[in-house]
Design a protein around this ligand. Structure first.
Ligand code: C2E
Ligand code: CA
Ligand code: CA
Ligand code: CA
Length: 278
């Protein structure tokens, strides 16, 4: 009846208001988080399927919230993008990842490439190239040991982003397309974008053994990458069967819980780094 419906509506409005308040609170907390040192990075190994060796690691950001504990980037990256905070946060991530990689190299471990996620919003910021080359100089990391992972989005300002990417590529930094096959990634871009690698989205890899459509998609993307002379990485590998399927497809590299979840630097070092010079 009408009365119940009214109450229902009230509850709904109340819930919406709570949500909006919570969001505002989270956004405020997010703004302070950078100054308060509440962000940290975790690293996930990237494995070459031919040699079995670790060739790189993806750096992923985490937020240690004082009350909520560890907040997922799926929750705060969109907020950071809307509020513009992604620009200073992205710069912090880049600096931290490059500095860590350089420290590991100086400790004498075999050199690895660190992958850092870039938000499209960072491309609209005009100083991206200067920021990147500044951070490389500051940390002393050679550009070839850095890879930037990008995704296309609807608001992708093509001409501008292409120009930025070309300049970034010119200084020797590698570029990969993340979540390939989802969202707005278009084959058209592959022709003109100066990219080195495709990362097959984990939604395809995850059910590659259960669903023949996924198998067809993974094998098509892999073979296309070969034809275009691009490297290809499979994300979200969780078991041996998926891995052997990817090997059969001559996929270059893989990443996923099968090898390791993303872990903090100290654990990554203990578990995965081998010294060659010592
Ligand atoms: P992404 O770049 O696609 O990163 C891969 C995500 O998949 C990570 O989630 C990782 O923990 C998860 N993952 C890896 N292997 C497996 C697996 O075998 N199974 C499953 N189920 N999941 C796996 P995470 O760390 O929660 O990050 C989520 C997203 O947040 C990232 O997706 C990326 O888009 C964004 N993100 C994370 N760190 C940053 C950052 O520093 N900057 C920007 N702009 N975005 C970031
Ligand atoms: Ca990524
Ligand atoms: Ca991805
Ligand atoms: Ca993603």
């Amino acid at each position: 009846n009408a009365k119940e419906q009214g109450m229902e509506l009230n509850r709904y409005a109340h819930a919406m208001q709570m949500k909006a308040q919570e969001r505002l609170q989270l956004e405020n907390d997010l703004r302070k988080a950078l100054d308060r040192g509440q962000f940290y990075l975790v690293y996930q190994p990237q494995v070459n399927l031919k040699s079995g060796l670790i060739v790189g690691m993806e750096a992923l950001v985490r937020w240690q919230h004082p009350l909520r504990g560890s907040v997922s980037p799926a929750e705060f990256i969109p907020l950071a993008e809307e509020s513009g905070l992604i620009v200073p946060l992205g710069e912090w991530v880049l600096r931290e990842a490059c500095a860590q990689n350089k420290r590991w190299q100086e400790a004498g471990y075999r050199k690895l490439c660190v992958s850092v996620n870039l938000s499209m919003r960072q491309f609209r910021h005009s100083h991206l190239l200067d920021n990147i080359s500044g951070i490389l100089k500051e940390t002393g990391l050679e550009p070839v040991w850095l890879e930037l992972e990008i995704t296309e989005s609807m608001t992708f300002d093509k001409d501008r982003a292409f120009e930025q990417l070309r300049k970034i590529k010119e200084i020797g930094v590698h570029i990969s397309i993340d979540d390939f096959g989802t969202g707005y990634s278009s084959l058209h871009y592959l022709k003109d974008l100066p990219i080195d690698r495709l990362k097959i989205d984990r939604s395809f890899v995850n059910e590659v053994m259960e669903d023949s459509n996924n198998a067809a998609i993974v094998s098509t993307i892999t073979s296309m990458a070969h034809h275009l002379q691009l490297k290809v990485t499979a994300e979200g590998v969780e078991n041996e069967d998926q891995l052997s399927f990817l090997r059969d497809q001559h996929c270059h590299e893989a990443q996923g819980y099968f090898f390791s979840k993303p872990i903090v630097a100290a654990d990554f070092e203990k578990k995965f780094l081998r010294d060659v010079d010592k």
